[in-house]
Design a binder for this molecule. Structure first.
Ligand code: 73E
Length: 838
């Protein structure tokens, strides 16, 4: 049945009445949902009931957009971007949806008039933490921007039952608890069982010559899992677009169960069911990878196969021949986690849809593009061959075939260069054999990008150098960005009001317009408003800190913030060394003039990463000493805010004065927290790493606190033989700081606790903390001197925000669209309006 005809045929009145975007209608719908959906009346309702009733009322208001968007895309046969990502770190939906629908204030007013605390209701939402950090959050910002730019897109990923663990701090140590985010139900998703697909795993292959002379391959799996899609609408900002985030949940296929049941093996059947459902049970909590886990490879294959089958279903629904797959879909691989898609699309086209290999290969290469996110050697995914063969026997054959053809091409280009052939091969054969997923992604994609200028240059000159020499035109840079809707409008309403009152509201969709704030940096009145806002945000954060950490912090002190995953390369321990140095200085000179500072840390350590967990313990140990010491506690405070998340980030970035971006040069691919801080008016202290370089470029060297070795200097020091112990011996202040940690000053006299950390620094220091220590301390000195000149600091803060336009994810998405996806915007017409006007 024709969709528009169907839409025109049904009675729209109830929907349009219910979907009216005004306060009274919202109230009514909220009460209806409390009654009909939650089955509660006010006297019995919990806060969670109220949250859910409001969420459902909002969902009704976006369904019309969602349905109209699907109809529009189907009717236009629109080219679609499929963003494949093992992680989508969405953060809470309610506030964001209200903002994008343009009814945030109405909703707040409606709840207030009903006697409810709106902010408390918003706080009820359990955030879907389906990601580890920057990579997953980037995917979330990108689908927000695609919806805002009206680009037809589907986000494809995994509906983990347990997202990133919840962190608490007990006796200074990280303690993990499972994240039961679905406990009270998820009002934002719709299950679509009718679009479930089957995924094969394990088993073996059979090769047969058919009577007509063709060769066919049959994959006889040992297991089948069914993938059930759950759809979440992704609204554009104040337009009619509602794109889809489609996350796959693993379920046992009924039919497969029956076979085992019929054999009478009830227990075996139930076990098999449980093991299938394990596939989407839990997110691996490792940023920057952990190797060799079979379940992880199964997860990756599971969601990739589901997603590609889904795209084929969509094409068949629109009667499009599969030869045109790359015209209908531009598929972006978010790192190598979905790189198995290259082999899976080949399998689907060749084995299941009987397309000749060469045709299928052309389609595949034109379909995929690959984004690399890391240069860290341990994060480059590779799978031991035996494990790969056990899980994906047919894909291994396909990869061998791709490799054979690819290496023939390499040999033709570089005759006699067998070293190069070995380096480029999809199979690492230098020791035990591995499948190299980054190589598979490079060979099967027409475009390869890094996520910041420096990172892309390092990819070309180092990690992917041989591929760059082979195909220079495949490479380009796409600097990351973040969505100003969540990270300014939602997170920082006070600043949003001031900015909109000053320059209008256009900046929310065109962040470059923040430039118009520049002249206002010279207005004393504007600066004073700017400061009041920062101060109010800091007061709000101070309340959170008092509640969560039981530490009183002064909102007039400088909030010096480092929030990100805990990792040696990110060097939270370098910040710790500086704090100890300051502490020692204050102890030695009690009358030293030092502007009060509050050091705020937040971030999760991978549960199995012992050094990262020890770094947390060190920070909390320093806090215990410093916060209690009457000689310094009015001037220095150190807090570790537990469970850094999207929700907590929304409170932290707007309250920061100083943003710590202090990774070893050449290690942080981009960083995106750095951009969120900048937008919200924090100044950055940072190294020449990732997107810091581009931030400094746009704000100007005068408005950025730079320190540390550059990447070439790090490489040179490495090459000449870095001996951290020499640096320790030559710097008395550094020595004193390290000795204090070693002797147990921050571990209640236990001189063994931090030994692994101290020894690693003294004898290896793989991330060059000692080499950068002096430069960091001196730079922090300059930060302190600048801070006391309040007017100057405020001017710099305004300029940082005013010059952050480049770092909107809208700009990133425009870059991807122009250079890689070539997917035009498709504005959506609301079906009911069409009907009303017709
Ligand atoms: O520099 C960040 C970057 O801003 C990088 O470390 C991060 O991606 C961000 C977005 O581009 C990243 N995460 C991972 N690799 N790079 C990763 C690796 C394995 C599992 C989960 C995440």
């Amino acid at each position: 049945m024709d969709t528009r005809a169907a839409a025109a045929a049904v009675d729209h009145r109830p929907l349009s009445e219910r979907a009216a975007l005004n306060k009274e209608a919202l109230k009514q719908s909220f009460l209806d949902n409390l009654f009909h959906t939650q089955g509660k009346f006010p006297a019995l309702a919990s806060k969670s009931d109220y949250y859910l009733a409001l969420a459902y009322a909002v969902r009704e208001r976006l369904l019309q957009r969602w349905i109209s968007t699907a109809a529009e895309y189907m009717q236009k046969g629109a080219r679609t971007v499929s963003y494949l990502s093992a992680e989508f770190l969405m953060g809470p939906h309610l506030g964001n949806n209200l903002i994008n629908l343009g009814i945030y204030d109405e909703a707040k007013q409606a709840m207030t008039e009903l006697g409810l605390n709106f902010d408390e209701l918003l706080a009820q939402e359990e955030e879907p933490g389906l990601g580890n950090g920057g990579l997953g959050r980037l995917a979330a910002c990108f689908i927000d921007s695609m919806a805002t730019l009206e680009i037809p897109s589907l986000g494809y990923g995994i509906r983990y039952e347990f997202g990133i663990f919840h962190q608490s701090i007990v006796d200074g140590w990280q303690v993990e608890k499972t994240d039961k985010w679905l406990r009270y139900g998820n009002p934002w998703e719709l299950q679509r069982p009718e679009w479930a697909v089957q995924v094969k795993l394990g088993g073996y292959t059979e090769h047969r010559s058919e009577e007509d002379g063709t060769l066919t391959v049959r994959w006889i799996p040992s297991r089948l899992v069914s993938g059930v899609p759950y759809d979440t609408p992704i609204l554009g900002y104040r337009n009619n677009t509602a794109n889809t985030l489609r996350l796959w949940s693993a379920q046992a296929p009924e039919s497969f169960d029956f076979e085992v049941f019929n054999r009478g093996d009830y227990y075996g059947a139930v076990m098999q069911k449980m093991s299938s459902e394990n596939l989407s049970k839990v997110l691996y909590p490792n940023d920057e990878h952990e190797g060799g886990k079979e379940l992880r490879l199964e997860q990756q294959y599971f969601f990739v196969s589901c997603s590609l089958q889904d795209m084929i279903r969509i094409m068949q629904g629109q009667r499009l021949p599969l030869e045109h797959f790359h015209e209908k879909f531009a598929v972006q691989l978010n790192d190598t986690h979905p790189a198995i898609a290259v082999a899976e699309l080949m399998r689907l086209l060749v084995d299941e849809h009987k397309m000749p290999w060469n045709r299928a290969w052309q389609v595949t290469c034109k379909t995929f593009a690959y984004t690399n996110h890391t240069l860290m050697p341990e994060a480059l995914e590779r799978w031991p061959l035996p494990l790969f063969k056990k899980v994906l026997p047919r894909h291994l054959e396909i990869i061998f075939e791709i490799n054979a053809r690819f290496l023939d091409e390499v040999r033709r280009r570089y005759p006699g260069d067998s070293a190069r052939v070995a380096r480029l091969s999809l199979i690492d054969e230098s020791g035990p054999r591995y499948v190299r997923m980054a190589h598979l992604a490079c060979v099967g994609s027409h475009a390869i990008n890094g996520v910041a200028e420096l990172h892309t240059e390092l990819l070309k000159s180092d990690v992917l150098r041989d591929f760059y020499e082979l195909w220079p035109n495949k490479f380009s840079n796409k600097t990351n960005g973040v969505t100003p809707r969540r990270w300014m409008v939602l997170a920082n309403p006070r600043l949003t009001r001031l900015v909109s009152d000053s320059i209008g509201e256009d900046w929310i969709k065109h962040l470059d317009q923040l430039q118009k704030l520049e002249p206002l940096a010279e207005s004393a009145d504007f600066r004073s408003h700017w400061r009041e806002i920062k101060r109010a945000n800091k007061r709000a954060l101070a309340e959170v800190i008092a509640r969560r950490c039981n530490v009183a912090v002064d909102p007039d002190s400088m909030f010096d913030v480092q929030v990100k995953r805990i990792h040696e390369y990110k060097r939270q321990h370098l910040a710790a060394l500086h704090i100890i140095a300051l502490y020692l200085q204050l102890k030695a000179q009690p009358n030293l003039e030092l502007a009060p500072r509050t050091f705020i840390f937040g971030g999760k350590a991978a549960p199995g990463y012992r050094m990262a967990k020890l770094m947390i313990k060190l920070i909390t140990g320093i806090g215990d000493v410093v916060n209690r010491d009457p000689m310094v506690r009015d001037r220095l405070k150190v807090v570790f805010l537990p469970n850094f998340s999207v929700t907590n980030g929304q409170r932290i970035y707007p309250a920061a004065d100083l943003s710590e971006q202090i990774s070893t040069a050449g290690k942080e691919a981009s960083g995106t927290g750095n951009m969120k801080f900048q937008m919200n008016g924090a100044l950055t202290i940072g190294t020449m790493d990732g997107a810091n370089i581009e931030i400094r470029e746009v704000v100007g060297a005068d408005n950025f606190f730079l320190f540390g070795l550059t990447t070439p200097q790090v490489y040179a020091l490495q090459a000449q033989g870095y001996r951290p112990h020499d640096w320790y011996e030559q710097d008395p202040q550094l020595r004193e700081v390290i000795d204090m940690i070693r002797d147990g000053y921050f571990s209640r006299g236990d001189a063994s606790l931090f030994r692994p950390l101290v020894d690693s620094l003294l004898w290896h220091d793989p991330y060059f903390l000692f080499a950068d220590f002096r430069s960091y301390v001196e730079c922090q000195q300059r930060v302190g001197e600048t801070w006391v000149d309040t007017e100057r600091w405020t001017r710099m803060s305004i300029l940082n925000s005013a010059r952050s336009g480049k770092f909107s994810s809208d700009r990133s998405i425009r870059d991807y669209t122009k250079d890689i996806w070539h997917a035009p915007s498709v504005p959506v017409e609301l079906l009911t309006e069409h009907h009303v006007r017709a």
